[in-house]
Write a protein that binds this ligand. Structure first.
Ligand SMILES: C[S@@+](CC[C@H](N)C(=O)[O-])C[C@H]1O[C@@H](n2cnc3c(N)ncnc32)[C@H](O)[C@@H]1O
Length: 276
């Protein structure tokens, strides 16, 4: 009875937009609070996040400079650059482009390694890169993968992916689909990167500044857990072998998880099976 009464008052208030207005006001105050806090942190810690050396390659310098702008992925741009470069990839596939933070990194990796860079997004992001071996595909990534072989054949590209980057909906079911459809294309020694493996309402960067995220109910990390049949604590940094994968996880800046496809040695197989 009481609940019903409260429910009716709530509906009336919502219809009048009072709650919506209050929520919006609260959100603005929160954003302002975050901006003030971040400004204080930057003031106290001195601003620049990275050290610069005259021996930096122009590409590393550009990635460092790009990372100075604090975004929801800024902590991961340098690791993404270095880790991708290590693969010396022929083919890079990027799922999720938006404003092109990750594309900026992959474009530089691709220029250095002569790679083909294929970026996919449902939105039109066709002006994000000018790299001549860049292909932008405006399509749902799970639909695109179904025609990936054919698409590659038409362009004389080997459909073997050396670097795969996943940063799209962050939803559990969709991430599961992405893993199931895209992973069969990974080459030996390839790396797959997932952003937003620690997505919550607020995130912390390494320099102690914070930003606002959203609660995806552990969508991305849960999909990885289910595929690898292993539980992870995404709030902490970890590095471990699971099956034929080396998994490295960084909890900061919404979480960044790297999977390295390794060839299992016989000793590893024995260790995994528990036989000695
Ligand atoms: C978080 S943003 C990507 C950010 C980007 N990686 C960066 O570093 O700036 C997510 C992007 O994924 C795209 N997206 C969402 N669902 C998708 C889907 N099913 N297929 C392809 N792209 C999708 C959205 O349009 C959005 O641009």
């Amino acid at each position: 009875m009481t609940n019903d009464f409260i429910g009716r008052i709530r509906t009336a208030l919502e219809e009048g937009g009072v709650l919506k207005l209050a929520k919006r006001g609260f959100s603005r105050v929160l954003n302002l609070g975050i901006r003030v806090y971040n400004a204080l942190v930057v003031f106290v810690t001195g601003g620049k996040k990275y050290s610069y050396s005259s021996s930096d390659s122009p590409e590393l310098l550009e990635v460092k400079q790009r990372s100075e702008k604090r975004t929801d992925i800024s902590d991961h741009l340098i690791p993404l650059f270095i880790e991708s470069l290590e693969v010396d990839p022929d083919v890079i596939v990027e799922l999720g482009v938006r404003g092109g933070e990750s594309t900026f990194v992959f474009e530089r990796v691709a220029r250095l390694c002569g790679s083909v860079l294929i970026s996919v997004d449902v939105e039109d992001c066709s002006d994000v890169s000018s790299y001549d071996r860049w292909h932008f595909v405006q399509m749902d990534d799970v639909e695109f993968v179904k025609v990936f072989d054919e698409w590659c054949t038409e362009r004389q590209i080997e459909p073997n992916i050396d670097v795969l980057f996943v940063d799209t909906s962050h939803l559990y079911d969709h991430t599961l689909q992405e893993i199931r459809h895209w992973f069969p294309y990974l080459s030996d020694g390839s790396k797959a990167f997932f952003h937003d493996t620690n997505l919550t309402n607020f995130y912390l960067r390494r320099d102690f500044t914070i930003g606002r995220g959203w609660d995806n109910n552990r969508g991305v990390i849960r999909a990885l857990e289910d595929c690898l049949d292993k539980k992870f604590d995404e709030k902490k940094e970890f590095i471990e072998f699971v099956g034929g994968w080396l998994i490295k996880h960084d909890p900061y800046c919404n979480g960044f998880t790297e999977l390295v496809k390794i060839r299992e040695t016989s000793k590893m197989r024995r260790n995994f099976s528990g036989d000695n």
